[in-house]
Ligand binder design. Structure first.
Ligand code: UD1
Ligand code: MG
Length: 511
C-alpha cells in the first residue's frame, strides 16, 4: 500500500443519558480513572486518525472543557438538538466537509472497548474495501439493543432497533455494538437519504446499512470475540457492572505481570496506575490517578492512594494519600493522611494518626505518633515527638518550619512557623517553640512545674484520692509507687520511646 489510510474518528457524545438521572452528562461519568468518553477516545487512539470529531450536545460546555483537557486535538461539534445518531454523524461530517477515506464512528458510552478490537474492525473494513462495517457481538441478553439482521447466506441485510423489531427479529442475539467503520463518501451520501420513519422519529445511523445494502454496496460485520467489550452504559446499575468488569480486567493484567493482589475483588486500580513486579496489594485498596507503586512495596489493607508515588520496598497500611511521595523502604500508617506534596525520603516513617502536607521528611526521619506536619522541611535521621503540631498558619499566610538532621524534638511540641530547629538540636516535651533552636541546643519553652504539697488531703478530704495520698505518705502497704521522687515521676510521664531526650529538660532549664 503506497499511502497510509486517511482516517477520521467521530465520537457520539451528545445524548443526555436520561436514565443516569444525573446533573453530569453521561459520557463524563468516571470509570476507574477515565470518563466514559475518555475510555472510548483511548480505544480509538491507535488508529492515528487525521481528525477526531466529538459530537457534543447535552452539557456541551462541560464535555468541551473535559475534551480540551484530555484530547486537545479533538474538535467538538455541537448537535444542539439530539435528533438521532444519524443526525449526529451528519453534523460531524459537515464540520469536515472535504474528508475522504475511512470514518470510524464510536458511541461515547461503550467504555470497555479494547483498542485491538477497534483496530481489527477498521483493518477488516479497509482490507475488504467495504462501504460500511459494523462491530457486532453475540450477547446473552440483547434487550434494548439494535439487532444484526442477516439474510439466508449470512450477509448483513439491515440493523433493526429493538423498538422497531418484529418478534422474530427480537429473538436475534447478535447485536450492534455502536462502533462502525465507513467509507466517507458513501456514508455522506447515505446520511442524506435517512428518514425519521421509526418509533422514535429519529435519524438512525444504523439505517445507513440497509440503504447501502439496497444500493448493492458491500457491507461487513466484524464480530467481537469478547462481547463484554460492547456493553453500553445507560444507567448507574450498568455503570457499576461495567466497573466490576473493568476492575477484573485491570487486576488480571497486573497479576499476569507479577504483582500480587491478595483480594482482587476489593482492589480497585485505575487504568492510569502503574505497579512494578513483586508489589503486593492487600485487600480493600484503591489506587487512583497517576499512582505508581514500586517493586516489593506493600500497600494495604484499607489504603486509598491518589496520584501518589510509592517507592520500592515501602509499606503503606490503612492510610489515605493524595499527591504524595513515599520514598523507597519508607513506612506509612496505620492511619496516616498524606496530603499534596507530602514527600517522604528513603526509610522515613510517618506513623499513626499523623497528617502531613507540603513537607519533606528526610531519609530515616520519623514522625511516629499523633502529629500534624504542615509546610515543613525535616532533615535526615530526626525524630519528632508524639502529639506535635507544626503551626503553619497565622490566619492569613502559611509559614515554614525547618528541622535539621539528627534532631530530637520532645512530645507535645508546637513549632510556630516560621521557626528553625538546628542539626542535632533537642527540644523539651510540652514546648511551644517560637524562636529558633541553634544546632546542638536544647530548646525549652514551658512553665516550670510547681507541686502544692498536701493539697488533696486538705482540699479533697474524704475522697479515695485523699485516702490513697495518706497511705502513700505513711509509706503503707497499699501505696502503688512507694518512695517515688518528684524528678523520677517527671521522667516516667515522658514517653520514653518518643521523647526520652526531653524528659530531663527540667534539669537543663536550670543550667
Ligand atoms: C445505539 C444503536 C443501537 C446499538 C446501541 C449500542 C442507533 C439508532 N442505535 O442505540 O443499534 O445497539 O447504540 O449501544 O444508533 N447520540 C448523539 N446524538 C443523538 C443521539 C445519540 O450524540 O442525537 C449519542 C449518545 O450520546 C450515545 C450514542 O450516540 O453516546 C448512542 O446513543 P444512544 O441513545 O445511547 O443509542 P442506543 O439507543 O443505545
Ligand atoms: Mg446507548
Amino acid at each position: 500500500m503506497s499511502q497510509p489510510h486517511l482516517r477520521t474518528v467521530v465520537v457520539l457524545a451528545a445524548g443526555e443519558g436520561k436514565r443516569m438521572k444525573s446533573a453530569l452528562p453521561k459520557v463524563l461519568h468516571p470509570l476507574l480513572g477515565r470518563t466514559l468518553v475518555g475510555h472510548v477516545l483511548t480505544a480509538a487512539a491507535p488508529l492515528a486518525a487525521n481528525r477526531t470529531v466529538v459530537v457534543v450536545g447535552h452539557g456541551a460546555d462541560q464535555v468541551r472543557a473535559h475534551l480540551a483537557e484530555i484530547t486537545p486535538d479533538a474538535t467538538p461539534v455541537l448537535q444542539a438538538e439530539q435528533l438521532g445518531t444519524g443526525h449526529a454523524v451528519r453534523i460531524a461530517l459537515d464540520a469536515v466537509p472535504d474528508v475522504t477515506g475511512t470514518v470510524v464512528v464510536l458511541n461515547g458510552d461503550v467504555p470497555l472497548l479494547r483498542p485491538e478490537t477497534v483496530t481489527a474492525l477498521v483493518e477488516a473494513h479497509e482490507g475488504a474495501g467495504s462501504a460500511a462495517t459494523v462491530l457486532a457481538a453475540e450477547v446473552p441478553d440483547p434487550a434494548g439493543l439494535g439487532r444484526i439482521v442477516r439474510d439466508a447466506d449470512g450477509r448483513l441485510e439491515q440493523i433493526v432497533e429493538q423498538r422497531d423489531a418484529t418478534e422474530a427479529q427480537r429473538a436475534i442475539r447478535e447485536i450492534n455494538a455502536g462502533i462502525y467503520a465507513f467509507d466517507a463518501v458513501r456514508l455522506r451520501d447515505a446520511l442524506g437519504k435517512l428518514s425519521t420513519d421509526n418509533d422514535q422519529g429519529e435519524e438512525y445511523l444504523t439505517d445507513v446499512f440497509g440503504l447501502l445494502v439496497s444500493a448493492g454496496e458491500p457491507v461487513g460485520v466484524h464480530v467481537a470475540a469478547d462481547h463484554s467489550e460492547t456493553l453500553g452504559c445507560n444507567d448507574r446499575v450498568e455503570l457499576a457492572a461495567l466497573r466490576r468488569l473493568m476492575r477484573d480486567r485491570v487486576n488480571e493484567a497486573w497479576m499476569r505481570t507479577g504483582v500480587s493482589l491478595l483480594d482482587p475483588e476489593t482492589t480497585w486500580i485505575d487504568v492510569t496506575v502503574a505497579l512494578d513486579r513483586d508489589a503486593v496489594v492487600d485487600q480493600n485498596t484503591q489506587l487512583r490517578g497517576g499512582t505508581v507503586i514500586g517493586t516489593g512495596a506493600l500497600v494495604g489493607p484499607d489504603v486509598t492512594l491518589v496520584d501518589t508515588v510509592v517507592g520500592a520496598g515501602a509499606t503503606v497500611i490503612r492510610s489515605h494519600a493524595v499527591g504524595a511521595e513515599v520514598g523507597p523502604n519508607a513506612s506509612v500508617g496505620p492511619y496516616a493522611y498524606l496530603r499534596p506534596a507530602a514527600r517522604l525520603a528513603e526509610k522515613a516513617k510517618v506513623g499513626t494518626f499523623v497528617e502531613v502536607k507540603n513537607s519533606e521528611i528526610g531519609a530515616g526521619s520519623k514522625v511516629p505518633h499523633l502529629t500534624y506536619v504542615g509546610d515543613a522541611t525535616i532533615g535526615e535521621q530526626s525524630n519528632i515527638g508524639a502529639a506535635s503540631v507544626f503551626v503553619n498558619y497565622d490566619g492569613v499566610n502559611k509559614h515554614r518550619t525547618v528541622i535539621g538532621s539528627h534532631a530530637r524534638t520532645g512530645a507535645d511540641n508546637m513549632f510556630v512557623a516560621p521557626v528553625e530547629v538546628g542539626d542535632g538540636a533537642y527540644t523539651a516535651a510540652g514546648s511551644v517553640i517560637i524562636e529558633n533552636v541553634p544546632p546542638g541546643a536544647m530548646g525549652v519553652a514551658r512553665a516550670r512545674q510547681r507541686n502544692i504539697e498536701g493539697w488533696v488531703v486538705k482540699r479533697r478530704a474524704g475522697t479515695a484520692a485523699a485516702e490513697a495520698a495518706e497511705r502513700a505518705r505513711r509509706g503503707g502497704e497499699g501505696a502503688s509507687n512507694p518512695g517515688l521522687t518528684a524528678s523520677e515521676g517527671e521522667a516516667i510521664h515522658g514517653d520514653t520511646e518518643a521523647v526520652g531526650p526531653a524528659s530531663g529538660a527540667g534539669d537543663t532549664a536550670t543550667d
